[in-house]
Design a protein. Structure first.
Length: 315
């Protein structure tokens, strides 16, 4: 992520509110704590519920972006990941991420309440920003609108193109009729394929496997749930690499980056097994597609090795 925001005007317009920002650079990491506390407290007061993890992340992202417009840096640890730009959770130990509902994450401030100095212009700005943000996005479909705004500054066009594919496939799972469904999905898919960034050329083979498998599934008139599984599995795998790209993280400790790198081999192996099985699901024997043929051969070899090991241990 670059420092380009510093070149913007001295007054940031957000919705219909103009708020002048101070010129001082924020170096105190307690600002992150204070801004988080302000937002979560206001959200609870205004809506009667805890904020979702997605909305909390979008607030912090957009607030940080607005402050950077003025050269005010609160050193927010954040990265681009599965659902857009988000804070690095390990760096915000005062936030509790509740996963009781596996389909929805709630966020709470879990530490001693900080002293909030509203005479500080940066704190006052964050508070006013929270009011406007909650008014705009704490409503039906508001979360999707917040995601749209965050993605307007995604580092790679591929992120937006693939998001459109994911969203279309996801919506179709809810039995919402889409005219010429497979043609529509194919168009979004091909657009995403064309925008795959050269920065991730080292993932070329894995990407080719996704492309061939998804195309094969489309040609077999796969159900929305099946297309969703294929696209989500690739996207999650890709995002393990996305967050490590130098344009996609900021203020992340080196120790955390090392942890992220350590999981790559395991996640790649999991992805390869999945895509091999998907190839076998839609194509029982090698054909004209060389990528599918290779996946089927790799799967046969893996299963044979597994069978041989089982026979050796238990036979």
């Amino acid at each position: 992520m670059s420092s380009r925001y510093a070149s913007f005007t001295q007054v940031v317009k957000y919705e219909n509110i103009h708020i002048a920002l101070g010129r001082d650079i924020v170096n105190d990491k307690d600002y992150i704590r204070t801004f988080s506390y302000i937002f979560l407290k206001k959200y609870k007061e205004k809506t009667g519920t805890d904020s979702s993890g997605v909305l909390f992340n979008k607030y912090m992202t957009l607030l940080n972006r607005a402050l950077l417009f003025k050269g005010i840096d609160m050193h927010l640890p954040h990265c681009w990941y599965r659902w857009g730009d988000e804070v690095v959770r390990y760096c915000l130990p005062f936030i509790d991420w509740n996963h009781d509902d596996l389909s929805y994450t709630f966020v709470r401030y879990s530490d001693k309440s900080p002293r909030v100095n509203y005479k500080d212009p940066n704190v006052k700005y964050a508070s006013d920003y929270a009011d406007v943000f909650i008014g705009k996005y704490a409503k039906t479909y508001g979360q999707e609108e917040a995601i749209d705004e965050v993605y307007s500054d995604a580092p790679f066009a591929f992120q937006n193109d693939f998001r459109k594919l994911r969203e279309a496939v996801s919506i179709s799972r809810s039995n919402v009729p889409i005219k010429n469904y497979h043609s529509y999905i194919k168009g979004l898919f091909e657009t995403a394929v064309e925008s795959f960034p050269p920065d991730f050329g080292f993932l070329g083979q894995r990407f080719e496997e996704f492309v061939s498998t998804f195309r094969m599934a489309l040609s077999k008139n796969a159900k929305p749930d099946e297309l969703y599984e294929i696209s989500e599995t690739f996207w999650f795998f890709f995002c393990y690499h996305l967050r490590l790209n130098s344009r996609c993280h900021e203020n992340v400790p080196q120790s955390t980056l090392e942890v992220w790198r350590e999981v790559l081999p395991t996640e790649e192996e999991k992805y390869r097994m999945f895509v091999q099985n998907q190839a076998a699901e839609y194509c029982r024997k090698p054909g004209k597609d060389e990528v599918i043929s290779r996946l089927l051969q790799e799967r046969d070899k893996r299963l044979k090795e597994s069978d041989d090991l089982f026979a050796k241990v238990f036979g």
